[in-house]
Design a protein around this ligand. Structure first.
Ligand code: ZN
Length: 105
């Protein structure tokens, strides 16, 4: 198993950074970056940057959504939110939201 991937960003090889410059004098190129494979499913094993990940997702968004379409909303049962002062004498409230474990599926 290789321990690197080529960045999947469709524009990676067009970005003007010196670390992408490869080749001999007179025939230099900008090359797609290599990405260390962390042997997990995280995006950073396949993309060199958030920008390259975004470029890929923006081009392939409909294909990505087709893999696991969301046709209805999801809900997490919670207890009634409580207003609590963060400390004695505070002039504001924080709203405490807790999951209702008794209604979890
Ligand atoms: Zn990239």
């Amino acid at each position: 198993m290789t321990d690197f991937n080529w960045c999947h960003g469709p524009e990676c090889h067009k970005k003007h950074t010196v670390d992408r410059v490869r080749g001999v004098k007179g025939s230099k190129v900008l090359r797609t970056r290599k990405v260390k494979h962390h042997h997990n499913n995280h995006w950073y094993s396949y993309f060199c940057s958030q920008g390259c990940y975004d470029d890929f997702a923006n081009i392939h968004i409909h294909d990505l959504l087709a893999i696991a379409p969301r046709t209805e909303c999801l809900e997490t049962p919670i207890n009634d939110p409580q207003k609590v002062r963060p400390y004695e004498g505070a002039q504001w409230y924080n709203t405490e939201i807790t999951v209702d474990e008794s209604r979890q599926r």
